[in-house]
Ligand binder design. Structure first.
Ligand SMILES: Nc1ncnc2c1ncn2[C@@H]1O[C@H](COP(=O)(O)OP(=O)(O)OP(=O)(O)O)[C@@H](O)[C@H]1O
Ligand SMILES: [Mg+2]
Length: 431
């Protein structure tokens, strides 16, 4: 890889393009970025995290290992699995950035659903060629591959001419792309396929057949899971096996992916940083208590954190203040969760003040508690012989609440839903 100044320019424009692909910031940037460094622009947007990427250390280590293996021509293809909003697109973008930092050409493409396998392969291939062309234009002065691809005769490519998807065509065409990027100084290519759960069985099968022959490519495929069953890696593998089975039971197509990277919730620390990182150069700040509340109500889930923070930010801006307070968080919460609050208020209206105190204490904890645990928290100074009968009374209160709010397992009580938990906490406040 040459390292003259020209190349640095190319890498800079390559970076700009890579970060833009597929990300749809909902807040447009106004004016020049420098003069607006402290302007209130809502940094909590849908779409990939980009420069605000935080956490996912283990997943990034896997990516680093995969890039190292690729450099030794031992690609270990991966999938990234998680339900809706856990950060798959953000991770793929991060991988594109990491690859670029290692002078590896990287492309992220999102698959369209509801199209035939051949169309999917062609669409993916065209996006790959367009990306290579952007770099070709920067380095060699003109784009090349798309024009070659569309040539009516004498094209070095095979895919567009084929009536049906033929494995060797994909292999031959990816080989040609490999040779062209080698002329530009790139020896390896990372292909990140987003929305990979949409891959048509025969497209997956064709991709596998080509990749088995190509040691210069690493494919990382994202798999959106329908439900959160706890182990995204296993669920992702099952999904890939299901797709592969539909391609004449070509289970090798699923086994191509030697490893899976699972995405769940952030740790509390990462979740906090997910918020503070976006506010670092911003004119608006969030009270620590607000950050804690968002993390709590969102249960550390990236998309929910961003969604609450986005709305808290907008309200703070609308209130013409530069600090998001607990009061502003509450207004946001009330606007979003009217149903849960109405239910909690109805329960509060039927409760005595001492019941309300008990329920409020229960709602402050996200782990199951026995009535005795609760009694200890409510009456910290009471002696053991007093706590026992108190705990019995508390058990009666908890059993009457009903399982919309409170579930009991093995004598321990919990408000499982974090939204209802906070709704209960605020509705049970002393008047
Ligand atoms: N590691 C991260 N650091 C900071 N923000 C993140 C991170 N991961 C995800 N987010 C934020 O969470 C939200 C959802 O992320 P993303 O779009 O990457 O998820 P996804 O799994 O691709 O979602 P979908 O299933 O809808 O495609 C976005 O607002 C994104 O910016
Ligand atoms: Mg996504």
């Amino acid at each position: 890889m040459p390292h003259d100044t020209g190349m640095l320019d190319v890498m800079a424009s390559y970076e700009a393009v890579s970060i833009r692909v597929g990300s749809t910031p909902c807040v447009p940037m106004r004016g020049s970025m420098l003069s607006e460094a402290l302007e209130p622009v809502n940094p909590f947007h849908e779409g990939a995290a980009g420069k605000y990427f935080v956490g996912r250390d283990d997943q990034l280590k896997r990516f680093t290992r995969a890039l190292t293996a690729l450099r030794k021509a031992e690609p270990a293809h991966l999938y990234v699995a998680g339900v809706n909003g856990r950060g798959k697109t953000s991770c793929l973008e991060k991988l594109v950035e990491m690859a670029r930092e290692s002078d590896i050409l990287a492309v992220r493409v999102a698959l369209d659903g509801g199209v035939r396998a051949q169309q999917q392969i062609l669409a993916m291939f065209e996006k790959l060629l367009r990306k290579v062309d952007e770099i070709h234009k920067e380095m060699a002065g003109a784009p090349r591959l798309i024009a070659e691809w569309k040539q009516s005769s004498g094209s070095p490519f095979h895919l567009p001419g084929s009536g049906r998807l033929q494995n060797d065509h994909l292999l031959q065409d990816l080989t040609h792309v490999r040779d062209v990027i080698a002329e530009l100084g790139f020896r390896h290519l990372v292909l990140c396929i987003d929305e990979g759960e949409r891959i048509e069985p025969y497209a997956l099968s064709a991709l596998k057949n080509a990749l088995l022959e190509l040691k210069e490519y690493l494919v990382v495929l994202s798999v959106r899971l329908a439900e959160d069953h706890g182990d995204p890696v296993r669920a992702g593998k099952l999904k890939l096996e299901e797709i592969a089975a539909a391609a004449d039971r070509d289970l090798g197509a699923a086994r191509l992916f030697v490893g899976g990277v699972g995405l769940g919730s952030f740790t509390a620390e990462q979740a906090r940083y997910c918020i503070t990182r976006r506010l670092e150069d911003n004119a608006i700040r969030f009270d620590d208590a607000v950050i804690d509340l968002i993390v709590r109500v969102a249960e550390g889930l990236p998309d929910r954190i961003i969604s609450y923070a986005h709305q808290v930010y907008d309200r703070t801006e609308a209130a013409e203040t530069d600090i998001a307070t607990v009061e502003i968080f509450r207004q946001t919460f009330v606007a979003l969760h009217k149903l849960e609050l109405d239910e909690a208020n109805a329960l509060s209206a039927q409760s005595t003040s001492s019941d309300r105190r008990t329920l409020r204490e229960l709602a402050r904890h996200d782990v199951p508690l026995t009535p005795l645990d609760l009694a200890r928290k409510l009456y910290a100074d009471a002696s053991a012989d007093v706590l026992e009968p108190v705990a019995d009374a508390l058990r009666g209160v908890l059993d009457r609440v009903g399982d919309t709010f409170c579930v009991s397992t093995d004598g321990r009580y919990l408000v499982p839903d974090p939204v209802r938990r906070y709704a209960l906490e605020i509705s049970m406040e002393p008047e």
